[in-house]
Design a protein around this ligand. Structure first.
Ligand SMILES: [Zn+2]
Length: 69
């Protein structure tokens, strides 16, 4: 079933992709989804239900610098 959270994430991803399209071919970027563990004892993530997905946009500039958003 679609949850409001899932929709928000999809919205966010779409906005990131739109930003990416506006930036054009100058930048090289990739969208990464990650699941994370917050490390709190007793949290569900410690039992295998990790938090996320968190979406990262990794941008590679010239000179080999990278930045995560
Ligand atoms: Zn947690």
């Amino acid at each position: 079933m679609p949850s409001p959270t899932g929709r928000r994430l999809a919205d966010r991803r779409r906005k990131l992709l739109e930003q990416l399209a506006r930036l054009g071919p100058v930048l090289r970027a990739s969208l990464i989804e990650r699941f994370t563990q917050c490390g709190k004892p007793g949290c569900k993530c410690m039992r295998g239900e990790k938090h996320g997905p968190a979406t990262y946009l990794t941008v590679s500039y010239a000179q080999g610098k990278t930045r995560q958003v």
